[in-house]
Design a binder for this molecule. Structure first.
Ligand SMILES: *Cc1c(COP(=O)(O)O)cnc(C)c1O
Length: 390
């Protein structure tokens, strides 16, 4: 008999009832160090007092009005995002997938309005993840995502990760956009080298194709800059944001330059909940906290400390772990043991990690993680690895 919850997830038998900072707590009081943050979502930790205050203040005032009216908080969050980035304009969504939908629609509409209605193709990278909608799975192209779901939406091709020659060959005068995660998340924490991001920008400038960065997982301070692409010194035309920007409240956004967004006039796109006042209250508070040089410098400092300790862990357990990679507090440990066995051993040791492709476990802790929590994470990961060898 089918469970009353559609069984599309293999869920761990963990029942968290409370969160505090980087800790998750089960009903019986058992505490787990959360190095996953609900997949890079609870950016400022669980039960963050600033976010609770922002959300409850809004909850006591007004929950929802519709985008037919002015929405409290959208203006200030859009202004903050525009001030802090390449973008001239922002649209709010409830998720990364919805941001992907709009990013692709925006790119195609741009070319349609330029009188180039056939210019609809989108080039993506193998191993990418942009969400689970019809367009997002077509962007991925992976068999495990598209198989069984009917005709794959037209116009998407994939090239091998970081293969510039293949990319150049795939881009034509029908290419509307190139879509890329500056650091692949689900694909196994694969940073795209700065030189590739620069090459992508040059290729787009040369051919006119729009450049879409998917910073749903790597953005919002996770790499130690507000957005990961800033390290390479290049900017996209369109960018998808979600996950961390809501700190645990469903929220996403598409940011764009004025030119790239020029086709998106009144009536061309919409969302009932996108930019809802509750989401805006949290988004504004997250943005105010993260878009701050001192905060981001602290992220980099802690990332360096964690990274160094993890290199030591890998050296201590060469039969369990192979190597560490990533950027800032977006870290992948390539495993020699089965990654899911490492994740499960972590549960037993009271530390939460997240599996990814390429036999990797991901560490995506809250950016507010303390030095004590980092030390405790290492103790527990060491316990997990030791238990695996036994
Ligand atoms: C999670 C993720 C998405 C999809 O976001 P949802 O909020 O799950 O729809 C898209 N792109 C990247 C890079 C992601 O990590």
């Amino acid at each position: 008999m089918i469970p009353s919850i559609l069984p599309t997830y293999n869920r761990a038998p963990l029942n968290f009832v409370k969160g505090e900072g980087c800790w998750l707590i089960e009903e019986d009081g058992r505490r787990f160090l959360d190095m996953g943050s609900g997949i890079a979502v609870t950016l400022l930790g669980h039960s963050n007092p600033i976010l609770i205050e922002a959300l409850t203040r809004q909850a006591n005032a007004l929950w929802h009005v519709s985008n037919l009216y002015q929405v409290a908080g959208q203006q200030s969050l859009a202004d903050q995002l525009v001030d802090a980035t390449f973008a001239d304009t922002a649209f709010f969504t409830n998720s990364g997938t919805e941001a992907c939908e709009l990013a692709i629609k925006m790119a195609r509409k741009y070319w349609f309005d330029q009188g180039d209605a056939d210019r609809i193709e989108v080039v993506a990278f193998e191993g990418c993840f942009h969400g689970r909608s019809t367009a997002a799975i077509a962007a991925s192209g992976a068999e495990k995502m598209v198989k069984g779901f009917g005709p794959v939406l037209e116009g998407f091709t994939q090239v091998p990760f970081a293969d510039h020659d293949a990319l150049r060959a795939a881009v034509s005068d029908r290419t509307a956009a190139i879509i890329v995660e500056p650091v692949q998340g689900e694909g196994g924490i694969m940073p795209l080298p700065d030189v590739c991001l620069k090459g992508l920008r040059d290729l787009c400038d040369e051919t006119g194709a729009l450049l879409i960065f998917d910073e749903v997982q790597c953005g919002m301070g996770r790499t130690g800059r507000l957005f990961a692409h800033e390290w390479a010194g290049v900017t996209p035309d369109i960018m998808m944001v979600a996950k961390g920007i809501g700190g645990g409240f469903p929220l996403g956004a598409v940011l764009a330059t004025e030119d790239a967004a020029s086709g998106m006039t009144a009536g061309t796109h919409g969302s009932t909940y996108g930019g809802n006042p509750l989401a805006m209250s949290v988004g504004n508070a997250v943005m105010q906290t993260v878009a701050n040089e001192a905060f981001l410098a602290e992220v980099s400092r802690k990332a360096g400390a964690l990274r160094q300790k993890l290199e030591g862990l890998v050296a201590t357990h060469p039969d369990v772990f192979e190597s560490v990679r990533g950027a800032g507090l977006m870290i992948g440990i390539k495993c020699k043991a089965l990654n899911m066995d490492v994740v499960n051993a972590g549960y037993d040791a009271g530390v939460i990690t997240i599996p990814a492709a390429d036999n990797v476990i991901r560490l995506l802790p809250a950016l507010t993680i303390t030095d004590d929590d980092i030390a405790e994470a290492l103790t527990r990961l060491d316990q997990a690895a030791t238990a695996l060898k036994a």
